[in-house]
Unconditional design. Structure first.
Length: 721
């Protein structure tokens, strides 16, 4: 029976020292592995004076049950009444050994004021004994350690030291730093433990270098030196052997209150064996029915594939080996227990992960965060993914099971890891009582392989998911995924760049594809509006809008008559290729990688296509003259796929005499006097207002009128009153 209420509790050494762990509850939910048996046996032999081995090193990656082993030893050292029950069958502790002192230090306690040795001395009530090593911080020698630790039996536990060394590196001590001094102190401690005075002292230290690949070289060097010292005196222990049945024993202990009888389990195993046997007869798998039945009996209630698939990703950076798997399996079991699948599953399988469940998806993302797109498109997206749509069409759940199984087989992200499954392996793992195996290969797998975007094939024919697509397919799918609004946004960005007002001579403000109510010309700036093409050329609403304007001489329109969709599609592809190149670069693809070279070549071709589509779309420039809007053909001219729109707008307006750069001659002054001066004496603000509203007035640099005024006043041509 699955325990749906139980939750993972992550205790640490601080909880042990603080007496916050209930031994009964702790041992009730923790399986005693062979590694833990060895640690307990050898540690108590040492505490009882029966062994010369005093230093033990737990070697396993993150979440590999190291801390649980420390806690188990610490609890039994502190609480003699639990020793007989817990160690029954593998060691009988000497009843003369009473409560044992336990001191512990976690590398997460980076703010220990007196260093690691000060923390140990303080827990023993002997802080003053080490007072000479606090200021300045200096490493206690072998004799100092002996004087501190000798006497009653003692267990010292040191966990997660690498983070402590990182912090210690920042604390200078003379010509060195605290990380080097700490390494020296610990090396001296290990040597001291080989002496007869400390024959009843146990030191347990967790692996110093596993999963520690980053950091200052001096820190790495200090840890490696300490690792070598521990290698000389320590016994290495692996808390959990993941390639044995301990894997399943731990999961059973943590997730289930009780299991069915052996007879019921054997019956289930034979049901799976029969399904495998049927598949062999169809020649779609080569798995052995008898061996499969034995594996099911050993792994129940878990599918035997879980251990093999887990072994592929257990070394992933940041993945907590035991704790992470327990957490994931608890979520999966809980959803099956309370969902529609309650009572319908014979085994808890890899393909039972519900990727539409937020908590499950979060756990999978922590194992390998790179497959988010593959999951969303191909595997699970609340009924919209490739697998889910196929399951709806085929009226079964086989495609989803295939997809989820392949995902779990693809989670490894370390160099040299095994990824993917062959078709015979897929079918063997999906064989189950009641499943129609005959449809898997030719109907389900063949369709899914041609529909999934992120499914790839290894050189030996195994199927696996990865976070990349074929480049041409990737371009198409990336572009097709953009909504119209996204395409318009990309087009706006490109047109904004192509026509930005660098000089601000012929226009000072640019609006790209705005709504009409967003156009608001001002008196002192000419606005160029790039507007969506219309069958009549200039959109009728724009004509009506212009007629109602006060500053009718402060706006021009670039538009055309061609269908807009072709340009939007081109903008989609332009955006897509930029995104693909950015993703390839973010993935660390070398500059000369063929895929990246091909992508850049494709980028140049798509840019040329985009520019061509832009030229064919925006073909007419409208600008105010007299009492109307005049049109002019606007031929875009590209130089090496580069375009400067402002320059060509200015060129077109100059050719049509709407723009002039002659702003310093008498001709310009005379034109101003004839077109802008309606009275002999006028306010300068009114003259500028006339320039903004009189459509017969030419466009020019924005500061031209002010310069003309200053020049005329200086020459006494105009007078200021």
């Amino acid at each position: 029976m699955f325990d749906a209420v139980r939750r993972d509790t992550v205790a640490d050494l601080g909880d042990l020292v603080g007496g916050k762990i209930a031994p009964g509850a702790f041992f009730a939910e923790n399986y005693i592995t062979e590694g833990m048996k060895t640690l307990l046996t050898e540690s108590f032999r040492r505490l009882e004076g029966k062994s010369e081995q005093g230093v033990f090193k737990l070697t396993q990656a993150m979440g590999g049950d190291k801390t649980h082993n420390l806690l188990a030893l610490g609890l039994l050292a502190q609480r003699p009444e639990h020793r007989a029950d817990v160690m029954s069958g593998f060691y009988t502790s000497d009843k003369k050994l009473g409560k044992v002192r336990v001191v512990a230090f976690s590398g997460r306690e980076s703010d220990a004021p007196y260093g690691l040795w000060g923390s140990i001395a303080e827990q023993l009530g002997k802080r003053e004994l080490f007072k000479d090593y606090y200021s300045p911080m200096s490493a206690p020698g072998q004799s100092a350690w002996i004087n501190l630790l000798k006497g009653e039996p003692l267990v010292i536990m040191l966990d997660e030291l690498p983070p402590y060394f990182v912090n210690a590196k920042a604390k200078s001590i003379g010509n060195s730093d605290l990380s080097v001094v700490t390494a020296t102190a610990l090396a001296n401690l290990m040597v001291a433990l080989t002496k007869d005075e400390l024959r009843n002292v146990v030191l347990v230290i967790t692996d110093l270098t596993v999963s520690w690949q980053a950091g200052h070289q001096q820190i790495v060097s200090a840890l490696q030196d300490l690792q070598r010292e521990s290698g000389r005196v320590a016994m290495d222990l692996e808390p959990v052997r993941m390639n044995t049945d301990e894997f399943y024993q731990i999961l059973r202990k943590r997730l289930f209150e009780s299991l069915p009888s052996k007879e019921d389990i054997a019956e289930i195993a034979q049901g799976y064996a029969q399904s495998v046997r049927d598949a062999r007869q169809m020649d779609v798998t080569n798995a052995s029915p008898e061996q499969f039945a034995q594996s099911v009996a050993e792994s129940y209630p878990f599918h035997p594939s879980i251990r093999d698939l887990y072994a592929r990703f257990k070394e992933n950076p940041g993945f907590q080996q035991t704790r992470g798997l327990i957490r994931l399996m608890r979520i999966v079991a809980s959803l099956l227990w309370k969902g529609d699948g309650a009572g319908k599953h014979y085994l808890l399988s890899a393909h039972d992960v519900d990727l539409n469940d937020r908590e499950t998806l979060s756990e999978v993302a922590q194992i390998n965060p790179t497959l988010e797109s593959a999951i969303a498109h191909d595997i699970a997206s609340n009924g919209k993914s490739v697998a889910e749509v196929m399951d709806t069409n085929l009226a079964n759940g086989d495609t989803g099971d295939v997809a989820r199984l392949l995902l779990v087989a693809s989670l490894a992200n370390v160099p040299g890891a095994t990824r993917g499954l062959s078709i015979p392996e897929i079918i063997a793992y999906l064989c189950a009582p009641g499943r129609d195996i005959s449809r898997l290969k030719n109907e389900v797998l063949s369709r899914f392989m041609t529909a999934a975007w992120y499914l790839h094939t290894t050189g030996d024919g195994k199927l696996f998911f990865r976070n990349t697509q074929n480049l041409v397919a990737r371009l198409k799918t990336t572009a097709d995924a953009y909504l119209r609004d996204q395409s318009v946004k990309e087009l706006k960005a490109q047109l904004q760049e192509m026509f930005r007002a660098d000089t601000g001579w012929s226009y000072q403000q640019l609006l790209v594809l705005p709504a009409i109510d967003e156009i608001n010309p001002t008196q002192d700036k000419v606005t160029l509006v790039i507007f969506e093409p219309h069958a009549q050329g200039l959109h009728p609403d724009l004509k009506a809008f212009h007629e109602q304007l006060t500053f009718r001489n402060r706006v021009g329109f670039l538009t055309g008559q061609r269908n807009f969709d072709a340009l939007l599609n081109s903008a989609k592809e332009f955006k897509a290729i930029h995104q693909i190149i950015a993703e390839l670069s973010a993935e660390g693809t070398p500059d000369q990688d063929p895929q990246l070279v091909q992508a850049r070549d494709l980028q140049d071709r798509i840019r040329a296509q985009f520019l061509s589509a832009t030229r064919e779309t925006f073909t007419t420039l409208y600008f105010p003259v007299a009492d109307r809007l005049m049109s002019a053909d606007f031929p875009m001219e590209f130089r090496n796929n580069h375009y400067h729109g402002e320059e060509q707008i200015t060129k077109t307006l100059t050719a049509k005499a709407k723009y002039t750069d002659d702003i310093a001659s008498d001709v310009f002054r005379q034109k101003a006097e004839s077109k802008l001066f309606t009275q002999k004496s006028m306010l300068w603000t009114e003259i500028k207002r006339r320039a903004a509203s009189n459509t017969g007035w030419q466009w020019h640099r924005a500061d031209a009128l002010d310069k003309l005024k200053d020049d005329c006043l200086r020459k006494d041509i105009w007078r200021e009153s």
